[in-house]
Design a protein around this ligand. Structure first.
Ligand code: ADP
Ligand code: MG
Length: 575
């Protein structure tokens, strides 16, 4: 094919691909325009996850009648006039690409009226071409309707996910902007139902409550800006969770730079680092951190969707964020800070005693017959099975010492119990009868928008595993039932685990999702290291382990036991 210049239509579709990835990108760009237009009230409506319909309306400055068509042309913006301006951008938009890109791949209706003009304009475009224009009698402000996204790009349309997933992305964007702009009132309506509203009273804590619920909102610590910060020209403010409040992943850390949501692994690390030794391993804080610095200190023109930025002095920003968070944590009254988590056995409390009681019942219920039902013929597996073991005792409230013909066994009680529970659940699932426990009171749990959307997407799969979970609007889920083995655990923890397990779909080598969920459930339900066990409990656990098909590893592949052979003992003692 000879070299030729691409037709304008194709050029604009290619350009659109960089800005408009999915319905939530439309929401993000339109909301940014509304914020730039000085709106106080921004309302977003979506249908079918935004695939069919998105409407963003605001009470901002509006577009003058003479400029409406121009707004939809590529590289047309009112926010930038010279290359110099690029160095100190104070608006969210500046590339002049969003409206043109959105219009190129959908059917757009824009109704707008500039505050100082007597009438407004209604403009309709299809695939970027104006198909209608008339006057409109609307009040000042703008509303943009985007219908049938990618109607002219079937290949892109195919990549859109289920409604719930797309809704989740829209939720995520809207809550981010609500957090970044507490003085604006945001409303989100999905399929006719209002799922989120921020109060718009300027108080970030109130937005936190709207997004994450009262528990988080009330406990969050306000970041106290250190006095020297102002001099350096960098301000850090917002909220972080106290060390007693944590989550299973970094998804609850939200960072804004000059009012722009950004993804920045280093800054997120700076925040996590500030909690060093304060959180249990593998747990992360919640944080909403706003960084303000002179516009010339940041290059925002790095990424088409503008979700990455480059700092002139990245180290300075890193230090400022870390210092601000550390200081906030250290200024808490001492009793609010837990002691650093040490892997030391703790004496069992009454709750633990009770939990142990139910555990004992569980172990007892695990009859030999039930366990062997689904096992492959003995001859195949006989060598991997454990010989009968005699329990000797417990070491460090973590390991069980046992003896067998071959020598001495040191068994990791947590890993071993995980294995036992896992095989029990596999057997139950095979028979489609995973034991489920309906909660006495259904429980509302508040997740990050991402976590909530992924859990909502898999409610059917979860039902097969003994869960009954329903989306409850926004990032809230209603938990009605849990697998019986985790019925005693805090539903929030269990559902967070599930979300973590389900997001393994994004890892390069995904496990079957059901297995991933079961593994997490077993991990949560299993006896922990540091729990003192009675002799009878150890016996039950070891008996159950003897029945396992794969007794030597936990479901995550770590060893459940170490064997010190008789020969080794003889040799070591020089007998
Ligand atoms: P950018 O935001 O980068 O300038 P856009 O394509 O998003 O580019 O918008 C083009 C122009 O249209 C903006 O510069 C602004 O002047 C105008 N505009 C878009 N949306 C609105 C709105 N909601 N209210 C007022 N003006 C708007
Ligand atoms: Mg814009």
């Amino acid at each position: 094919m000879p070299i030729h210049v691409l037709p304008e239509e194709i050029v604009s579709q290619i350009a659109a691909g960089e800005v408009v990835e999915r319905p939530s990108s439309v929401v993000k760009e339109l909301v940014e325009n509304s914020i730039d237009a000085g709106a106080r009230e921004i309302r977003v409506e979506a249908r079918a996850g935004g695939k069919r319909y998105v409407r963003v309306s605001d009470d901002g400055c509006g577009i003058p009648a003479a400029e409406v068509e121009l707004a939809f042309r590529r590289h047309s913006t009112s926010k930038l006039t010279s290359a110099e301006d690029l160095a100190h951008i104070t608006t969210l938009g500046f590339r002049g690409e969003a409206l043109a890109s959105i219009a190129a791949v959908s059917r757009v209706t824009c109704e707008t009226r500039a505050a100082d003009e007597p009438v407004g304009t209604l403009l309709r475009l299809e695939g970027g071409q104006v198909v209608m224009r008339r006057e409109s009698g609307r009040p000042p402000g703008t509303s943009v309707i985007v219908e049938d996204l990618f109607f002219n790009l079937p290949a892109r349309r195919k990549f859109l996910r289920a409604d719930r997933t797309e809704q989740g992305h829209i939720d995520a964007w809207l809550t981010r902007y609500a957090l970044a702009y507490p003085e604006l009132r945001f409303t989100l309506v999905q399929d006719g139902k209002e799922v989120f509203r921020s109060p718009g009273n300027g108080r970030l804590r109130d937005v936190l409550i709207a997004v994450y619920g009262l528990e988080v909102g009330a406990a969050a610590l306000e970041i106290v800006p250190p006095p020297e910060a102002a001099e350096e020209g960098i301000q850090v403010y917002g909220f972080v969770s106290p060390p007693s409040l944590h989550r299973a992943n970094r998804g609850y850390i939200t960072i804004f730079v000059n009012g722009r949501w950004i993804q920045d692994a280093l800054l997120s690390y700076a925040i996590v680092q500030a909690y060093h030794t304060l959180l249990p391993a593998g747990r992360y804080p919640l944080a909403v951190v706003m960084v303000r610095l002179p516009p010339e200190e940041v290059d925002v023109n790095v990424h088409p969707a503008k979700s990455e930025v480059r700092f002139r002095d990245g180290d300075m920003v890193f230090r400022a964020v870390q210092k601000a968070v550390r200081r906030t944590l250290s200024e808490q009254p001492a009793h609010a800070l837990p002691h650093p988590h040490l892997a030391r056995p703790v004496p069992p409390s009454r709750e633990q005693d009770e939990a142990r009681e139910t555990r004992r019942e569980r172990l007892a219920a695990l009859s030999t017959e039930q366990m062997t039902l689904d096992l492959p013929p003995r001859s195949l597996e006989v060598r991997k099975r454990l010989p009968p073991l005699r329990v000797v005792g417990q070491v460090s409230a973590t390991y069980i010492v046992a003896e067998g013909e071959a020598g001495m066994y040191l068994i990791d009680q947590h890993a071993a119990h995980e294995r036992v529970l896992f095989e029990q659940l596999l057997a139950e699932r095979k028979e489609s009868r995973v034991a489920s426990q309906v909660l006495l009171e259904p429980r509302l749990v508040q997740l990050s928008p991402e976590a909530a959307s992924i859990v909502s997407k898999y409610t059917d799969l979860l039902e097969r595993l003994g869960f009954l979970v329903e989306p409850f609007g926004g990032a809230t889920l209603l938990v009605r039932a849990l697998p019986a083995i985790v019925a005693q655990v805090d539903p929030l923890q269990v559902i967070e685990d599930v979300a973590a397990a389900l997001s393994t779909e994004n890892t390069p080598m995904p496990l079957p999702l059901e297995d991933a969920v079961l593994r997490h459930v077993c991990k949560r339900a299993a006896i922990k290291a540091g729990q003192v066990l009675t002799y009878a409990e150890m016996e039950q656990l070891v008996r159950a382990l003897e029945q396992c098909v794969n007794p030597h590893t936990c479901p995550h592949g770590r060893p459940t036991m170490i064997l010190v052979s008789m020969e080794q003992l003889t040799r070591e003692f020089g007998r």
